[in-house]
Design a binder for this molecule. Structure first.
Ligand code: PHE
Length: 405
């Protein structure tokens, strides 16, 4: 857990401006920056998750500070590296809250890590917004934990529908990471959703994050007669599995969830990953992303943002909008205003938080293909819209549980 960056922009100049504005109002002006914490995987197997999210948050913070911050007080972002480890995530959040005394916390990407960090935020009653953790349990029973992305019951419903109705495949093999709540949750939810529309899971194989030999599982899958292989782990596993599958003579396309979203997927996977599909929160060529992509490229040396950058940017802007409305910056007041978020125009779509602190948004399906420069990139294939939200927590065994909310 190392401290990566602290952006206080022109803190001194802004502090002076804030102080000037407050002169004559009595009472000492508070010109200290407002600290916001971010915990993310800046290094490790999922390093692009933390880096992309941090880049998006920084862009939002710079824009906010350039407009004067909150009544002249600048936002100071403090980012700690979780290295993709849930123990580190818990430590990072504890440090942000108890020693840095942040007003709110942003992060993590991986659901297992958001579950660990969320426990700490809940304990201290400090609001947390995860930009991108989709596992159902992340926000459950935690009234200080929010998310600005869709959830995995809807994501898998969309994947199942796409597989059956668009690709016209009814036989799927699954290979999942039993150590990640996200990957296991996707496997469970997909199995239910696909079964409900008449699909069959012809092979169901597990591995443990960190494994790098998948040949035993892939040999079983090869014999199963699947038309597509759902690999519900993160991008580094997705790419490694694609390469090994091709070596073993498996030529069917692969299917992934949002956890595949990284520029590294095409770089590592190469030709083995071309023609495969995954679900995501946005695609850079979609209309709502256009302005954001421009700004992002200008700041980050021409890099195209992935969905994580957009979600980090949206999470920070939603937090800031709540802070502007809150009576005070206490955990409770900021929490209440985040909870009241409605119709927020994010770069990843319009965001309304329901009473369970979750967002309802569309799923985008992308296909991996070569662009004009020969890079393997996601290209937009379909958008799947949610049905109107009921605002209910998914009930176990109820027929509604597998429908999008
Ligand atoms: N949804 C994934 C999880 O919950 C994280 C993720 C989101 C990864 C978006 C990539 C892009 O673990």
């Amino acid at each position: 857990m190392s401290r990566r960056n602290v952006i206080a922009g022109a803190v001194i100049a802004a502090a002076a401006a804030g102080a000037a504005a407050l002169i004559g109002m009595g009472g000492a002006p508070n010109a200290d920056p407002i600290k916001i914490g971010h915990y993310g995987s800046m290094t490790g197997a999922e390093a692009t998750f933390g880096q992309s999210t941090d880049n998006g948050i920084i862009l939002a913070v710079e824009e906010i500070n350039a407009k004067g911050g909150l009544n002249g007080r600048k936002i100071e972002l403090i980012t700690y590296d979780t290295k993709g480890d849930s123990g580190e995530a818990g430590k990072a959040v504890t440090r942000l809250i108890t020693s840095d005394k942040v007003t709110a916390v942003l992060g993590e990407v991986a659901s297992t890590l958001s579950l660990a960090g969320g426990a700490v935020c809940q304990q201290y009653k400090v609001p947390m917004i995860t930009p991108s953790s989709t596992n159902l349990r992340v926000t459950m029973g935690r009234d200080y934990v929010f998310r600005v992305c869709f959830m995995d019951d809807f994501q898998t419903w969309a994947l199942a529908k796409f597989t059956m109705e668009t690709l016209k495949f009814d036989k799927v093999a699954i290979l999942y990471d039993q150590k990640q709540s996200y990957s296991k949750g996707l496997r469970d939810e997909f199995t239910k959703a696909f079964g409900k529309i008449g699909g069959r899971i012809v092979a169901d194989q597990a591995y443990s994050g960190g494994d790098n030999d998948f040949s035993a599982q892939l040999s079983n899958i090869r014999e199963a007669g699947a038309q597509i292989m759902f690999v519900s782990g993160y991008y580094s596993d997705g790419a490694a599995i694609a390469i090994q599958a091709r070596k073993l003579g498996i030529s069917i396309p692969l299917l992934g969830g949002d956890g595949w979203d990284s520029e590294q997927l095409g770089k590592i996977g190469g030709d083995a990953i071309i023609g495969s599909y995954y679900s995501n929160h946005s695609a850079p060529d979609q209309p709502e992303m256009v302005d954001f992509v421009k700004k992002y490229k200008a700041k980050y040396k021409g890099q195209t943002p992935d969905a994580l950058s957009g979600l980090g940017y949206d999470a920070m802007n939603i937090l800031f909008a709540a802070m502007q409305k809150a009576k005070t910056l206490s955990g409770q007041d900021v929490r209440d205003e985040i909870a009241a978020t409605k119709g927020f125009p994010g770069v990843t779509g319009v965001i309304t938080l329901d009473k369970n602190r979750n967002a309802t948004k569309s799923v985008v399906i992308v296909k991996l293909a070569k662009n004009g420069q020969g890079e393997i990139v996601p290209t937009f294939v379909a958008r799947i819209e949610p049905e109107p939200s009921t605002g209910e927590e998914p009930k176990k065994d109820s027929p509604k549980a597998d429908k999008p909310k």
